[in-house]
Write a protein that binds this ligand. Structure first.
Ligand code: FMN
Length: 259
């Protein structure tokens, strides 16, 4: 099988995952994560999970941002697992697809970008979310060796001049998001060898960790990949999901230890 392609040959034969392929198991929500074939032996269906849970006494808040149309996808499953793992810390979920965030950069965005103020109301709302957050986790499927257009549009419109950074010819670049630690959880169709051989992992890291996270002055948290995401769920998938979720949740705890 040529693992450098996506979808891999096996997944192409199998066709896209559908809710029916989940043997009637219920699709989870952020209030109740349900189960996913990738869980294998871990039945998450009884796990209680709230979108926001403020039961610790520290001031940390993790904002988990996802961009995927299918609540039954591996991406949403991984995001739900992460939220569950982070409990009882405070977590807020920004499900950009469900919330119908508009990724299109408008003339109002452009004006705000140039003036560094008067952001459109939907952008200001995201600023509010990020200002409350100590940690940001982007959970997304890799599309064309990058992030989905919906998430890229969120970055374009929200990480904007005047709010995320300031730039002037006289004083140069002044990053403004030093209070935030940013983590990445990437769900990839191809295998790790393809990412290594072609430099895709390095390109993604340069583009997102350096080009975005460093640029706005955010601290770098964990970056974790789940590869071969379109293979039939297996012990390897379950282990990969568990490993990636653990890496990010441990980094969140390390970044914002309890007061
Ligand atoms: C438009 C599109 C582009 C994709 N591009 C890539 C890619 O560049 N590299 C890769 O590893 N996987 C790629 N894939 C595979 C997705 O990463 C894979 O379908 C996803 O991780 C599966 O998880 P999901 O069930 O959450 O969708 C692509 C998939 C789509 C739909």
């Amino acid at each position: 099988m040529n693992r450098e392609t996506f979808p891999p040959a096996a997944a192409a034969r199998r066709g896209p995952r559908t809710p029916a392929a989940h043997d009637g198991r219920r699709v989870g929500s952020y209030d109740d994560p349900g189960s996913h074939p990738a869980d294998e032996s871990t039945d998450m269906s009884t796990t209680d999970m709230s979108t926001t849970d403020m039961s610790t006494d520290d001031n940390s808040l993790t904002l988990v941002v996802t961009a995927h149309p299918d609540p039954d996808s591996l991406t949403h499953h991984v995001a739900r697992r992460l939220v569950s793992e982070l409990r009882p810390r405070a977590v807020e979920v920004a499900d950009l697809h469900r919330e119908q965030f508009d990724p299109r950069f408008t003339t109002a965005d452009r004006r705000a970008y140039h003036e560094g103020r008067d952001y459109p109301s939907d952008v200001a709302r995201e600023h509010g979310r990020l200002e409350r957050a100590t940690d940001l986790v982007l959970v997304f499927p890799v599309y064309w060796w990058s992030m989905p257009a919906l998430l890229k549009g969120w970055i374009d419109r929200v990480f904007v001049n005047g709010w995320a950074f300031e730039y002037s010819a006289a004083s140069g670049l002044r990053p403004k998001l030093q209070g935030l630690t940013t983590h990445l959880l990437l769900i990839a169709g191809a295998d790790s060898g393809a990412y290594e051989r072609h430099g895709y992992e390095g390109a993604l890291r340069t583009q997102i960790e350096h080009g975005i996270v460093d640029y706005v002055g955010s601290r770098r948290g964990a970056t974790a990949f789940i590869h071969e995401s379109e293979q039939s769920p297996s012990t390897a998938t379950a282990a990969s999901v568990a490993r990636a979720v653990r890496a990010v949740s441990e980094a969140v705890r390390a970044a914002s230890p309890p007061a």
